[in-house]
Ligand binder design. Structure first.
Ligand code: GDP
Length: 461
């Protein structure tokens, strides 16, 4: 395709041993060659590296290595050059300037990857996976992102989508012969395919809980009466880990979160900075504040102190807040003060709460740090238990939503089929299903979706 030639810094904008500038487009080789002192790179073989200088007119800017990649076997499928220079932001600017003087323009955010997608080198889910690989902070998210980069989710769906496309063609053909009342498409086989699709889509959707946890972390609410030991517990949990305090943009006020990594998963204790005023909530500010905190959490840690609580109170609390998708862990704190291990209090709790309300009770002492390891194990087992048998893990909200829509439309096709709707209606539902199934890989997409995806990339990606 006849795109303009773009250039951008691909490495972080700061001082480093080396920096890399990427150039891509029809004129990439010619443009770089005009500012390169060394071999004539318009004549060198593809996938070769050359030593020389980048110059601005007669003035040498830096000593560099230039890698030449000729279309179509390149990331963007276009002619591409990578210039490795000494990693100074000033040199980076100078080189970009001289490239632009010679006919390149600055790349927009995500434009290299967008071209790879537009030119059919990768599909949309793979383009998104590139961002995920770069953003991955632990083993689990790296593995999942890499699998997606290799086409994991698209492969899973594209075969089934292909089969559905075949059926659709036959159904459309039937429409052409509407007068003659013929059936080209085998309805039984089609139904079987729809069942397989439904099963696959369900399985992929189920994997999202795990995918979301490893990619985005797990929100944990710590709730308890004043002096139950919440701050002490948090300090004990974060003891070995440096607490990461970050401002989250887009909230009406800055929210502070403290993150604890356990076995590669980020557990986010939200709002802990304000924990004294806010989650002393239950009494001081009231149930509303606690409710808000718990509403967005996946795990609830409820601390109690047997000298300042009754089993009925704790039971009442759990009953009020318990929901299917919330893991409730009751932390019996200050056990260092307990006289015996046989705890009547917890016995009453277990009898009342299990099995109807699936909760776990862990006796701890936040102060002398007993039971903290057990608690950490319990937190990480929460994530382990989300794993499904599915080898492809969905981590992307857009994919999840496309799967949801696909599932709904596959069900509509099934209804149309089993209830012998008019062939035209069946064809209509089939087209919808194909469209939704094609959304993940980007076979069906629109500028708004693309703009949204690529604008989140940084420049040079
Ligand atoms: P918060 O109001 O829930 O955040 O409670 P704090 O963490 O501030 O603790 C209140 C008081 O209880 C402090 O004096 C803590 O030292 C004490 N405390 C917290 N955990 C324990 C524990 O496990 N054992 C004992 N003996 N005291 C504790």
């Amino acid at each position: 395709m006849n795109y303009e030639t773009i250039c951008a810094l691909a490495t972080p904008n700061g001082v480093g041993a080396l920096g890399i500038i990427r150039v891509s487009g029809n004129e990439a080789l010619g443009i770089v060659n005009r500012c390169f002192e060394g071999k004539n790179i318009t004549e060198v073989a593809s996938h070769t590296v050359h030593y020389g200088f980048i110059k601005d007119g007669d003035e040498q800017i830096d000593e560099v290595m230039v890698s030449v990649f000729r279309a179509p076997k390149t990331f963007t499928t276009e002619n591409s050059v990578e210039i490795s220079f000494h990693g100074s932001p000033h040199i980076a600017r100078k080189i970009l300037e001289v490239l632009m003087k010679n006919g390149a323009r600055m790349a927009k955010a995500g434009e290299f990857t967008m071209r790879a997608f537009m030119n059919g080198r990768i599909d949309l889910s793979q383009a998104e996976a590139i961002a995920d690989v770069i953003a991955s902070e632990n083993e689990a998210s790296r593995k999942v992102a890499l699998n997606q980069l290799k086409g994991g989710i698209s492969n899973e769906i594209s075969v089934l989508r292909g089969d559905l496309l075949n059926f659709t063609s036959l159904i459309e053909l039937e429409l052409d012969f509407a007068e003659e009342d013929v059936e080209f498409a085998d309805r039984t086989a089609m139904n079987m395919l729809l069942n397989r699709l439904e099963e696959k889509l369900n399985a992929l959707m189920e994997s999202f809980q795990y995918g979301n946890a490893i990619k985005n972390g797990v929100d944990v609410a710590i709730i308890g009466k004043p002096n139950a030991g919440k701050s002490t517990l948090l300090n004990a949990l974060l003891k070995e880990e440096r607490a990461i305090v970050s401002d989250i943009a887009g909230t009406t006020r800055d929210t502070i979160e403290e993150i604890l990594h356990i076995k590669g998963t980020a557990f986010r204790f939200i709002d802990t900075a304000g924990i004294r005023e806010t989650t002393d909530a239950i009494e001081a500010i009231g149930v509303q504040r606690a409710k808000e905190k718990i509403a967005t959490a996946k795990i609830l840690l409820y601390l109690y102190d047997e000298w300042d609580a009754t089993p009925e109170e704790v039971i009442g609390f759990v009953k009020e807040f318990w929901r299917e998708d919330l893991k409730v862990i009751l932390l019996h704190n200050k056990i260092d003060l307990s006289k015996s291990n046989e705890n009547e209090f917890d016995q009453i709790l277990s009898n009342a709460l299990i099995p109807e309300f699936t909760t776990t009770i862990i006796p701890i002492s936040a102060k002398v740090q007993t039971g903290i390891e057990t608690l950490k194990k319990e937190l990480s087992s929460y994530v382990e238990n989300l794993k499904t048998d599915e080898s492809t893990v969905i981590t992307n909200q857009r994919h999840f939503e496309a799967l949801q829509k696909s599932l709904q439309s596959v069900r509509n096709v099934k209804t149309a089929l089993t209830q012998s709707f008019h062939t035209e209606l069946l064809a209509y539902e089939l087209r919808y299903a194909l469209e939704h199934l094609g959304e993940i890989s980007g076979e069906f997409t629109n500028d708004e979706v693309l703009g949204n995806i690529f604008s989140k990339f940084c420049i040079g990606k």
